[in-house]
Design a protein around this ligand. Structure first.
Ligand code: SF4
Ligand code: SF4
Length: 284
């Protein structure tokens, strides 16, 4: 079962909720936790994994052997991303536009194209708190595309298939979030009851709706804003599964890397019952 925790907006407490859910789930089941926020992964601060496995990750960029190339232009025709072009007696590759799909290599009639890995980041994995199988992607600074790293992270082999996989999505509602959500069984959207929170919640909820994914909401910092999130969820039949009030001691604990369940153990039953609701919704 794959649960994605997303928020649209950064700083809503998404990672706090995702890691707490993982810790509760790991008390009963095998759990894999994936930090897909590859530009700024920080779930490891709460789950303390010992990262002992690493793998370079990137895009396979074509390299043209000009001695064999006949400048037929077939590679440029097939490339949807305009990442390869034939200009006179020159075949040029633009690595920053290339998505590594391999189509140009396949269509080249002269076998003039080979591929080399353009390293964009690294995948890391190891065992975290309560035996959680933890993995994360870390994108190199200045890289333009997070999606290939997230895609590879999702495919990365795990020794034993977990009963529950929890994916911590990047902030926003663009391609990296869609890639993280794709293939999940349930989306848990973390928001705050403010106009900004509602705006970003709507964007991610539209994605999960488009993908036909069962969705629930966690309202963090409950009490600071208005009832617009509640009204939106009511209108769209999205259940609010938990509310976490704005409390200084929780904010301070999280800022110091203490998991929510450790700082406020009274939330354990709420996470437990939320997990049961999610499992039942996926089963249904
Ligand atoms: S398809 Fe092959 S032969 Fe044709 S232009 Fe591209 S690299 Fe050269
Ligand atoms: S690998 Fe795909 S995206 Fe890259 S140049 Fe070839 S066809 Fe274009």
């Amino acid at each position: 079962m794959r649960i994605v925790v997303a928020s649209g907006k950064g700083g809503t407490g998404k990672t706090t909720v995702a890691t707490s859910l993982a810790l509760i789930a790991a008390e009963q089941e095998s759990v894999r936790f994936m930090d897909c926020d590859v530009e700024a992964p920080n779930a490891g601060l709460f789950l303390n994994p010992v990262l002992d496995t690493r793998k370079d990750v990137g895009v396979l960029i074509p390299k043209v052997d000009e001695a064999i190339c006949t400048y037929c232009g077939k590679c440029a025709e097939v490339c949807q991303f305009h990442a390869i072009a034939v200009i006179g007696k020159k075949t040029l590759v633009f690595p920053e536009l290339c998505h590594g799909c391999g189509s140009c290599t396949l269509v080249c009639p002269e076998n003039a194209i080979s591929e080399h890995l353009d390293v964009m980041g690294v995948l890391e994995s190891g065992r975290g708190a309560q035996g959680i199988d933890f993995s994360q992607g870390v994108m190199n600074v200045g890289e333009p595309m997070a999606v290939p790293i997230i895609r590879e992270l999702k495919k990365w082999e795990v020794a034993n298939l977990p009963f529950i996989e929890i994916r911590d999505a990047p902030p926003g509602a663009s391609c990296p979030v869609v890639e993280t959500i794709r293939g999940a069984d349930f989306a848990l959207l973390v928001t705050e009851p403010t106009p900004f929170g509602l705006h970003d919640l709507k964007q991610v909820a539209e994605i999960t709706h488009e993908l036909g994914l069962p969705t629930g909401v966690v309202v963090n910092r409950d009490g600071i804003g208005d009832n617009a999130v509640q009204a939106y969820c009511d209108e769209n039949d999205i259940p609010i599964l938990m509310r976490i009030p704005m409390e200084r001691r929780i904010a301070e604990a999280i800022a110091s890397g203490t998991p929510l369940l450790e700082a406020a153990p009274e939330y354990r039953p709420y996470f437990q019952s939320m997990l049961e609701i999610i499992v039942a919704a996926v089963g249904a």
